[in-house]
Design a protein around this ligand. Structure first.
Ligand SMILES: [Zn+2]
Length: 134
């Protein structure tokens, strides 16, 4: 199941959104989308934060999030009310997701670059609309 919470799925590229939904709806777990599209201004803030020692972030225009081609997800680990985030990637739900994404022809897991909760369109740089790169 998929729970979009505060993320607006209409800001994702339609093909990517469809692929994502078809995968996550096939899971026995509930997946909460924590981040989706990110503007260049928002990316610039994250980048500045990273340069001051914050969490790893790409420069503006270098993240698939800036083009509606990536999301971050977390497993909702409990039926208790409210999100009970489970980032333990040894959980069978995560293992299932990594396998499903690996087998998908158009999706790629950020696990390959140490960002396990990140899912993006495979080869996303080739999917950026012409002229969209700043
Ligand atoms: Zn991400």
């Amino acid at each position: 199941m998929i729970d979009w919470r505060t993320v607006d799925p209409t800001k994702l590229q339609p093909r990517f959104r469809e692929d994502l939904e078809s995968i996550l709806q096939g899971s026995a777990e509930t997946w909460v989308v924590t981040h989706g599209y990110r503007s260049l201004a928002e990316q610039a803030e994250l980048w500045a934060h990273y340069q001051r020692g914050g969490p790893k972030a790409a420069p503006p225009g270098r993240s698939a999030h800036n083009f509606g081609l990536a999301v971050d997800v977390v497993l909702d680990g409990s039926v208790s009310p409210g999100l009970q985030p489970d980032w333990n990637t040894a959980h069978p739900g995560w293992t299932w997701l990594f396998d499903a994404v690996w087998q998908h022809p158009r999706l790629h897991s950020g696990r390959d670059f140490g960002d396990a909760d990140h899912l993006e369109a495979l080869g996303w740089k080739s999917l950026i609309p012409q002229g969209a790169i700043p």
